[in-house]
Design a protein around this ligand. Structure first.
Ligand SMILES: C[S@@+](CC[C@H](N)C(=O)[O-])C[C@H]1O[C@@H](n2cnc3c(N)ncnc32)[C@H](O)[C@@H]1O
Length: 255
């Protein structure tokens, strides 16, 4: 396993700038999740690993109440900078979430499951199962190993080794959800967002737009970035088609 943990307090200041906080890019995913998780307008939704709340506040537009939970004070202080209607934030480790059993209709984890090691995930999924009402849904938005292998990140030396270790593969994730009691389903979804100038994209990469970079030494990052930027400029001299592709893994609590 990767020995070091990502320090999200240190990433909080630049998180939204590097990842993006425009509705244009966020709403398509929120709509996708609302539909896949059957989120109703009175439902209470728990956003686990909510970070700066960029999705939490949008979930609140579709449901009765959204609660964002995160264990990084840095990320949460960004979240509360823009208070939104129907949203609460709670600082806690998701493994010990301070809510009563059966509190939520739905739980969402957007790009957060890879931050939990296998043994933690067992505890996490059992805990989430307990927090959901009967018939409640958990939706995990993550990357499959197939997608990691074919993404442009494959040109960044060292990156694949780290991400293939920390992202659970889909078969494992499904087994873990079933072991916690969930009925499971999943689907892959790709959203395209037009082209972005190559220079602008590379500037975001150089700003360390994904947390994997904070698990590399500065030397590894600089070396990798040099190779990656040469390759990408060769392939896309002017602009790069921007897209995001995730797997939505759904667990439903029946009993
Ligand atoms: C990659 S960020 C994703 C943030 C948000 N979901 C988004 O997509 O913008 C992962 C978040 O999970 C949080 N996190 C990691 N481990 C956690 C834990 N054990 N309990 C609660 N939050 C955790 C981090 O602090 C970070 O804010």
């Amino acid at each position: 396993m990767i020995g070091r943990a990502v320090d999200f307090d240190a990433l909080a200041g630049s998180y939204d700038t590097l990842r993006g906080r425009s509705r244009k890019k966020l709403i398509p995913w929120v709509e996708e999740i609302v539909s896949y998780a059957h989120i109703g307008e009175r439902d209470e939704v728990l956003d686990i690993g909510c970070g700066t709340g960029r999705y939490t506040e949008l979930f609140a537009e579709f449901c009765g109440k959204a609660v964002g939970l995160d264990n990084s004070s840095g990320m949460l202080s960004r979240a509360i900078e823009s208070p939104a209607k129907g949203v609460d934030y709670v600082m806690s480790n998701a493994l010990y979430a301070p809510f009563r059993s059966g509190s939520f209709d739905c739980a969402v984890m957007f790009m957060a499951v890879h931050l939990f090691e296998p043994r933690q995930r067992q505890l996490l999924f059992k805990g989430i199962y307990g927090l959901l009402k009967k018939g409640g849904r958990l939706v995990i938005i993550t990357e499959s190993h197939a997608r990691i292998r074919r993404s442009p990140w494959r040109y960044f030396p060292g990156l694949l080794d780290i991400d293939l270790q920390r992202f659970p593969d889909m078969a494992t994730l499904t087994l873990e959800l079933r072991a916690a009691g969930f009925d499971t389903a999943r689907k892959s979804v790709k959203k395209t967002f037009g082209d972005v100038p190559t220079k602008e994209y590379l500037a975001r990469v150089e700003g360390k737009m994904i947390s994997t970079f904070s698990l590399m030494t500065e030397g590894e990052f600089r070396h990798g970035f040099e190779i990656f930027s040469k390759k990408l400029t060769q392939l896309y001299p002017v602009s790069i088609p921007e897209y995001q592709e995730f797997v939505l893994a759904r667990g439903t609590k029946d009993g």
